[in-house]
Design a protein around this ligand. Structure first.
Ligand code: FES
Length: 229
């Protein structure tokens, strides 16, 4: 066990805990998007930032990837931390404004407006689908390619993957896909695949993953929904 100072209180933590795990153990809420129990921490969304150190040397780090360290001074809700989280959630909202997950995060942080140009339902590169596929489904069917503005999540060589089992786990965990999939009962159904452990579209939709193109582009789920009623 080690001791660190968390929000002005000396607390004990296991050596292998991250700052996020330590804070959660002591009942402190820290918002997260790209962190999920059961998947390796990635540090992509920066929503979980906390301030470490004191005075001029203090800095922001992502708590999901930063290890609990002996003697570390950590503050989870300073003005600087809150401002950074709000900025991050604004950026996420501008990329994916209809995501219930992101909307809930924005609401919890009191973000009511977005100062950036709003796009529609794009990938926020949280990497959850990639880790889900590799770590829980043991498939590694998708991954990141390119960098910067050309960054993309896709299959090797952008081709239909031989190892994809069409399990739908990537769509299930994706905060961008969930907004487009209103469920087969909804009047505005676009793609209900993420709600089903057996997506209806994957046999038909050439690119396999709906986030790679227009959701519901194949129309399969709409036909299936109509059949069901
Ligand atoms: S939850 Fe820690 S960086 Fe995304």
């Amino acid at each position: 066990m080690l001791t660190l100072r968390l929000n002005g209180v000396d607390v004990r933590a296991e050596e292998w805990w991250s700052l996020l795990e330590t804070a959660r153990f002591y009942g402190i809420e820290i918002p997260t998007l790209c962190y999920k129990d059961g998947l390796s921490p990635w540090g992509g969304c920066r929503l979980c930032v906390v301030e470490i150190g004191e005075g001029e040397n203090s800095r922001l780090v992502s708590s999901c990837t930063y290890p609990a360290t002996e003697g570390l001074v950590v503050r989870t809700h300073t003005r600087r931390v809150i401002a950074a989280r709000k900025m991050m959630v604004e950026l996420l909202l501008s990329t994916c404004p209809s995501s219930k997950t992101i909307q809930d995060l924005a609401s919890a942080l009191g973000v009511q407006r977005v100062r950036f140009k709003v796009d529609h339902e794009d990938c926020v590169y949280c990497g959850l689908c990639v880790r889900m596929c590799a770590e829980q489904m043991n498939a590694k069917a998708i991954g990141f390619v390119n960098r910067g503005g050309k960054l993309q999540i896709t299959t090797p060589f952008d081709r239909q993957s031989d190892v994809c089992r069409h399990c739908g786990a990537c769509m299930y965990i994706c905060p961008a896909c969930q907004l487009r999939c209103q469920g087969p009962e909804a009047a505005n159904v676009v793609c209900g695949s993420c709600l089903s452990p057996e997506p209806t579209c994957t046999e038909f939709y050439q690119d396999q993953m709906c986030y790679m193109g227009a959701a519901g582009g194949c129309g399969t789920c709409i036909r299936e929904a109509k059949k069901a009623v």
